[in-house]
Structure formats: structure tokens, C-alpha cells
Design a protein around this ligand. Structure first.
Ligand SMILES: Cc1cc2nc3c(=O)[nH]c(=O)nc-3n(C[C@H](O)[C@H](O)[C@H](O)COP(=O)(O)O)c2cc1C
Length: 323
């Protein structure tokens, strides 16, 4: 039985949980206490503008508290951008040490830095005194091996880090295999910072199993699986799953329509709107049964009108909740 109060974080999904999605989510669903935003890259100091951080401007993030995330291996660039964000009103900025994609990791960024504890120490030595706000870190177990994290825990412990978000896979694993819970358990014992668990919380039962195994953990992050089942955070928070399946379909449809309206306002050009919505529908449809044909039809649409007709047809006649 987990007696520690539960704080739920919306995980950063680039191309998924942008500010429009986060705000709409908060209008339709409950459960998340805050979100870590998808990463932004460091750029030259003189190029940092309000337009560059448009998705992080406080006025565009009224739905829930947000922690911005930066992907960088340059201490100077990181500190400049982090302090710019602090000036906007953010007291905390997160460092992405977990991105597994080769185009990032091969350049020693994201999970690509994890095999190099000395470089991480050098980065923190320079960044921590230069920051006007608080730093948190989101990491994996390593790039190649899960044991890389055990070289890193003493490094993290040497610095005033607000919290450590751990996704217990290696970068090489991408999203394959299962999270390594025994490695996570060891990290928990070693960390002097609060630890956030992240990875494969797909259902209330997953959450119950994890929170029974780690009763001392109070902070939990859900990424992909809240895009699939947006009711999940609320069910975890309340312990109740009272919404009937027909209600669920109606609520998802209302959420979808709100997102469609907001992206139609924010994005320029019909293909941007349909591409964005098709990306989200891949997640949404995973919560329903037998969606292969519906997804094929939706993906084939070219215009927003065709897209909406295909999606409405799905919700009105085919949708069967499967979570
Ligand atoms: C398409 C995609 C984009 C992601 N973008 C980010 C990101 O910008 N920053 C980050 O720290 N993690 C990112 N992640 C990782 C997730 O935040 C999370 O750590 C991972 O999906 C595991 O958690 P989950 O099983 O709850 O999804 C991304 C994952 C996916 C699949």
C-alpha cells in the first residue's frame, strides 16, 4: 500500500505534449499535477527570443504547472537558456540526459552523455553556480549498459539537484524490453535527491504494482500511456474508474475536437493540421479495439475536411473502448 502522497507528472513527448495539448488536457481530464515540457535545444544567446520559446511562454501555459526541459551538452548555452526561462518565471529547469535517438546520442547529448561521468561533472560544475533557478535531471540507466548509472549516482549526489527522474532503460534499448526495476531500486537507495519513477505505467494495475514495490516513491511520470488513455492519471489519483465506456468515447471525442480547433488556429496550412492530428490519433486509437482499418483510412486523408469525416465516422460508428 502506497502511503506517500502521489504527485503525477505528464511526461515530455516531443510532437505529443506541446502547450496546446497540455492546456487542452487540463480542460478535459484530471490527475496530472504538473508537466515536464518536451526539450528545446540550446541556441546562440543572441538568438533566444520569445518566438523561440513560444510554447513555454507562461501565457501559453495556463492549464497546469510546467517545467521546461533543455537538451544540451554546452554548459554555457544551457545556463543562458535556463536563465532566460527563469526570467520568464520558471523556478525550475530540467536537463535532458535521456534522449536515446542516435542523431542526438551520437553527438554526446541526451543519453549519449551517460557513459561520460567526468563530462557530466564538468557540465554541472559550470552550470550549477551559473543558474538563477533550480535544476532537475531526467535520465536513463545508461547509453549502452544499465551499470553506467552507478558511476553517475555519486556525481548527481555531489550537486544540489532538485530531483532525478529515472526511466530505467538504456538509451540503446530505446523503448524495447521492460524497465529494469531492480536497477531502479538500487538508484533509489543510492540517491540523496528525490526520485521520480518513469516508464511503462500503462494501467492502474501497473501503477499499483509499482507503488507497492516502491512505497517510498511519491513522484510518478507517465509519458506515452496518458496520450493513449487520458483517463489514467485521474484513475490513479482517485482510485476510481467510474466513467462508462460510452462516456469515455464521448469525452475523448470532445478532447479530440478541442485539439483540432486549437491546432487549426495555431498551425499554418492544412497539411500541418492534419499531420499533427494524425500523430495524436495513433496514440488515441491504441486505446480502442480493432482500429487497424480506421487508422489506415485516417492516415490516407489529405485535407482537414477528409480527416474530420474519417475521425467522426470512427467515433460515431466503430469506436469500442479497449483499455
Ligand atoms: C515520441 C517520443 C518523444 C519523446 N520526447 C521526449 C522529450 O522531449 N524529452 C524527454 O525527456 N523524454 C522524451 N520522451 C521519453 C518520455 O518522456 C518517457 O521517458 C518515455 O516514453 C517512457 O515513459 P512512458 O513509458 O510513460 O512513455 C519521448 C518519448 C517518445 C516516445
Amino acid at each position: 500500500m502506497n502511503r506517500t502522497p502521489v504527485t503525477l507528472y505528464m511526461g515530455p513527448i516531443r510532437g505529443g505534449t506541446d502547450h496546446i495539448y497540455r492546456n487542452a488536457f487540463a480542460r478535459h481530464f484530471e490527475g496530472f499535477d504538473l508537466a515536464v515540457a518536451p526539450f528545446i535545444n540550446c541556441i546562440n544567446l543572441n538568438k533566444i527570443t520569445r518566438k523561440y520559446v513560444h510554447g513555454l511562454l507562461p501565457e501559453n501555459n495556463t492549464g497546469m504547472p510546467v517545467i521546461p526541459q533543455i537538451l544540451s551538452k554546452s554548459a554555457e548555452g544551457f545556463a543562458h537558456l535556463a536563465n532566460y526561462l527563469t526570467d520568464l518565471g520558471y523556478d525550475t529547469v530540467n536537463w535532458n540526459l535521456g534522449c536515446p535517438f542516435p542523431q542526438v546520442a551520437n553527438k554526446h547529448r541526451g543519453s549519449g552523455l551517460l557513459p561520460f561521468p567526468d563530462k557530466i561533472r564538468e557540465f554541472l560544475d559550470a552550470v550549477i553556480p551559473a543558474l538563477n533557478g533550480r535544476l532537475t535531471i531526467k535520465t536513463r540507466l545508461g547509453r549502452e549498459h544499465r551499470d553506467e548509472i552507478f558511476e553517475l549516482m555519486p556525481v548527481f549526489n555531489d550537486y544540489p539537484i532538485g530531483e532525478l527522474i529515472i526511466h530505467p532503460r538504456t538509451g540503446r534499448q530505446m523503448y524495447e524490453g521492460t524497465p529494469d526495476l531492480s536497477a531502479f531500486e538500487s538508484c533509489l537507495a543510492l540517491s540523496r535527491h528525490p526520485v521520480v519513477y518513469n516508464g511503462d505505467i500503462r494501467t492502474i494495475n501497473d501503477f499499483r504494482r509499482l507503488s507497492e514495490r516502491f512505497p517510498e516513491v511519491g513522484r510518478w511520470m507517465i509519458g506515452r500511456w496518458a496520450l493513449v488513455d487520458p483517463f489514467l492519471p485521474g484513475v490513479i489519483k482517485t482510485g476510481k474508474n467510474e466513467c462508462g465506456n460510452a462516456d469515455k468515447i464521448g469525452k475523448i471525442k470532445a478532447f479530440h475536437d478541442d485539439l483540432f480547433k486549437e491546432y487549426s488556429r495555431a498551425l499554418y496550412g492544412p497539411s500541418h493540421i492534419t499531420d499533427r492530428m494524425k500523430g495524436l490519433m495513433v496514440y488515441f486509437l491504441s486505446a480502442f479495439q480493432d482500429t487497424h482499418n480506421a487508422l489506415k483510412k485516417i492516415k490516407k486523408t489529405r485535407t482537414p475536411e477528409q480527416y474530420l469525416a474519417a475521425v467522426n465516422h470512427f467515433f460515431d460508428t466503430e469506436a469500442r473502448w479497449g483499455c
